[in-house]
Design a protein around this ligand. Structure first.
Ligand SMILES: O=C(O)CCC(=O)C(=O)O
Ligand SMILES: [Fe+2]
Length: 260
């Protein structure tokens, strides 16, 4: 965990030229650096890269700092193991057929969002990353210091996530809401700037393979519990992002089946 945070900080501190290599308007790129700070990223630089299967993607990752691939690669493998264990427990709690889901997760997507936020220069709350929910089943976040806030479901108010050292924060994403047919709810969250220091975080997002549709599990749909969401894949999610540009609809809202 220390190695991942160190690799993240050193990447953002590396020369503008070495980071610029990864800048691309194409959001489907397996590695992409974005420091444009508009829309979602109010004040954040982002390095996003695919991480599973590691052998397929690691040679696209940054080589600056020289230890980046080794440190972030080690973290990616370990955090995926934790994520799959947590997902196993979640699916078990829902009474779902494990083998099918396990198999899809084995081949599934993992990507890392490596984030960097400057220290806040103004007093009061300054948002670095605007409110959003994540697309996958679960997200595991490793931050260098506090700054994450989550929208509590029942009060609709922001709660600061306490950040004991060496702790990983885990939250539910859109596709777990779909798969569980609304039993697990996606979590809206945002990142605020720290008043005294720069902050980095590494978010690891886990889902099914790129083209695999996620739908509400058959075991959780019956006459009393109608299907609440349309099925979709990671690819559909990317298409949604590309087509959305002009409105603020969230992905999960776009999947909801109207009951009226
Ligand atoms: O920096 C954080 O704590 C949150 C990052 C995040 O929400 C994301 O990368 O999707
Ligand atoms: Fe997020």
């Amino acid at each position: 965990m220390k190695g991942a945070l160190q690799a993240a900080s050193e990447f953002f501190e590396s020369s503008p030229k070495s980071k610029a290599k990864f800048i691309s308007p194409d959001i489907t790129k397996p590695v992409r650096y974005d420091c444009s700070n508009d829309g979602l990223s109010k004040s954040r630089s982002l390095l996003k890269h695919y991480a599973h299967p590691l052998d397929e993607w690691i040679h696209f990752w940054p080589q600056e700092p020289p230890s980046y691939r080794e440190k972030m690669g080690k973290y990616a493998v370990e955090i995926r193991r934790v994520a799959l264990d947590i997902l196993d427990a979640i699916f078990q709690s829902l009474g779902l057929h494990q083998a099918y889901i396990r198999e899809k997760l084995e081949q599934g997507m993992q990507f890392l969002a490596v984030n960097s936020y400057p220290q806040s220069t103004k007093p009061g709350v300054t948002v670095g990353l605007a409110p959003h929910s994540d697309y996958g089943f679960i997200t595991l976040i490793l931050p260098s210091c506090p700054g994450l806030e989550v929208m509590e479901h029942h009060t609709k108010s922001w709660k600061t996530v306490l950040q004991p050292s060496d702790a990983i924060h885990v939250h539910v994403g859109d596709h777990l809401e779909v798969l569980s047919n609304g039993i697990f709810r996606t979590l809206v969250h945002r990142a605020v700037l720290h008043s005294e220091k720069n902050r980095v975080s590494v978010a690891s997002i886990h889902g099914f393979p790129m083209d695999e549709k996620v739908k509400s599990a058959g075991e959780l749909v019956d006459e009393e519990h109608p299907k609440l969401y349309r099925e979709s894949s990671f690819k559909d999610f990317l298409d949604f992002l590309l087509s959305r540009r002009n409105n603020n609809e969230s992905y999960i809202e776009s999947l909801r089946i109207s009951t009226i």
